[in-house]
Design a protein around this ligand. Structure first.
Ligand SMILES: O=CC(=O)O
Length: 331
C-alpha cells in the first residue's frame, strides 16, 4: 500500500560528511533519492530521477529550467541549491509554478573573500611563474630583477559588486595598505566607508576600469553583467592591472580576455571561474604565465561547504513541509 503522506527528496550529489550522515539517517516521511557519483548528474538521469520529487537539493552544476520542472511534475514545492549564485536556475519558471527557491547566503562570504585575496596576491606576485620555475629547475641564483611583481601598498582597488563578498574582500585588502577603493554595482551604498575601514567611492565603470590597479569581480551573473568584461573593457584597464574573477565565468567575455592577454594588455589575471567549467586543458587561457586559474574552489573549505549543505538541507525540508524557507533567494 502506498503512503500518501510520504514526500520524495532528490539530492543531486554526495554532500559533505556531516550533512551526508544526516541524509543517510533519513528524515521522517521523506524518501531520499540521491545521485552519489562524484560527477554532475547526467541530464537524462536528472530528468528521470526528478519525476515525482517534492523537493530537489541541487548544485550550481545542475540546470534547473522548464524542462526539468516539467519532468519533476506539479507536486514539486522547492528547489534548494547549495550555492549562493543561482544563475543555473530559471527563476521565472519557478515563480510561474510557485516553487520556492532556496540558496546559501552569508556562510560562504569569508571563504570566497579569502580565495579572492589569494588570487590577487598570487597574480600580483607571479606565483605560477615562481612555482613553475622551481619545479622545472629554472631557479638560478638570487637575482635583484627576477620575477618582480607588484604590491598593494598605496594602490587603488576596484570592486565590481559590493555585496557581502565584495565588502569582505575590501576589508581584507585594506590590511595590505590599499590607499583607495572604488566600486561599481547596482547603486551606491551607505556607510561602506566605516565597514571597509577606509576611503571607498562609487564610480562609473569607465573610471573604475581606468583608475584601478587591481580589479576584483564579486558580482552575480545576470543579464546585465553577462560578458561585462570584454576586450573593450580590458583595453581601458592599466596595462599593469591585476584582474581577478571569483564570481562567475560568464561575467567575462573569455575570448576578449584571451585576446587582451595575447596582446600583453594586462599585468596579471587570477580566475576561479571560467566558461566552461571545467576549463579544457587545451584552452589558450592556460598558456599565459601571468594567468592563474583555479578550479572554482572559492567556497571550498570544509567549514563553509558543511555550512552550505546544512542550509541547503534546512531549505529543502522547510519547502517540502510547505513552510517559508529559512534562506529564500529573494530575502
Ligand atoms: O560559486 C559558488 C556559489 O555560488 O555558491
Amino acid at each position: 500500500m502506498t503512503d500518501l503522506q510520504r514526500s520524495k527528496l532528490l539530492v543531486t550529489r554526495t554532500l559533505p560528511q556531516l550533512s551526508q550522515a544526516r541524509l543517510d539517517k533519513g528524515f521522517d516521511g521523506v524518501d531520499i533519492v540521491q545521485w552519489k557519483e562524484d560527477r554532475a548528474i547526467p541530464r537524462q538521469e536528472f530528468l528521470k530521477l526528478a519525476k515525482g520529487a517534492d523537493g530537489i537539493l541541487c548544485l550550481l552544476t545542475d540546470k534547473i529550467d522548464a524542462e526539468l520542472l516539467d519532468a519533476a511534475g506539479p507536486q514539486l514545492k522547492v528547489v534548494s541549491t547549495m550555492s549562493v549564485g543561482y544563475d543555473h536556475v530559471t527563476v521565472s519558471e519557478l515563480e510561474a509554478r510557485k516553487i520556492a527557491l532556496g540558496i546559501t547566503p552569508g556562510v560562504l562570504t569569508e571563504a570566497t573573500a579569502d580565495t579572492t585575496v589569494l588570487l590577487v596576491l598570487s597574480a600580483a606576485r607571479r606565483l605560477r611563474e615562481g612555482v613553475d620555475a622551481v619545479i622545472q629547475g629554472k631557479w638560478g641564483t638570487w637575482s635583484p630583477t627576477w620575477l618582480l611583481g607588484s604590491q598593494l601598498t598605496d594602490k587603488t582597488v576596484g570592486i565590481v559588486g559590493l555585496g557581502r563578498i565584495g565588502v569582505a574582500v575590501a576589508k581584507r585588502l585594506k590590511a595590505f595598505g590599499v590607499q583607495k577603493f572604488v566600486y561599481q554595482g547596482t547603486r551606491p551604498k551607505k556607510d561602506v566607508e566605516k565597514e571597509v575601514g577606509g576611503e571607498i567611492e562609487f564610480v562609473d565603470m569607465d573610471r573604475l576600469l581606468k583608475e584601478s590597479d587591481v580589479i576584483c569581480v564579486c558580482c552575480a551573473l545576470t543579464d546585465k553583467t553577462k560578458n561585462m568584461f570584454d576586450y573593450e573593457a580590458f583595453s581601458k584597464m592599466k596595462n599593469s592591472v591585476v584582474f581577478v574573477n571569483t564570481a562567475r565565468g560568464g561575467i567575462v567575455e573569455q575570448n576578449g580576455l584571451i585576446r587582451a592577454l595575447r596582446e600583453g594588455k594586462l599585468g596579471s589575471v587570477g580566475l576561479d571561474v571560467t566558461v566552461p567549467e571545467p576549463l579544457p586543458t587545451d584552452s589558450e587561457l592556460l598558456s599565459f604565465p601571468n594567468c592563474i586559474v583555479l578550479p572554482h574552489i572559492g567556497s571550498g573549505t570544509l567549514e563553509t561547504r558543511t555550512a552550505m549543505s546544512e542550509i541547503a538541507i534546512e531549505n529543502v525540508l522547510s519547502g517540502i513541509k510547505g513552510e517559508r524557507l529559512p534562506h529564500p533567494h529573494d530575502a
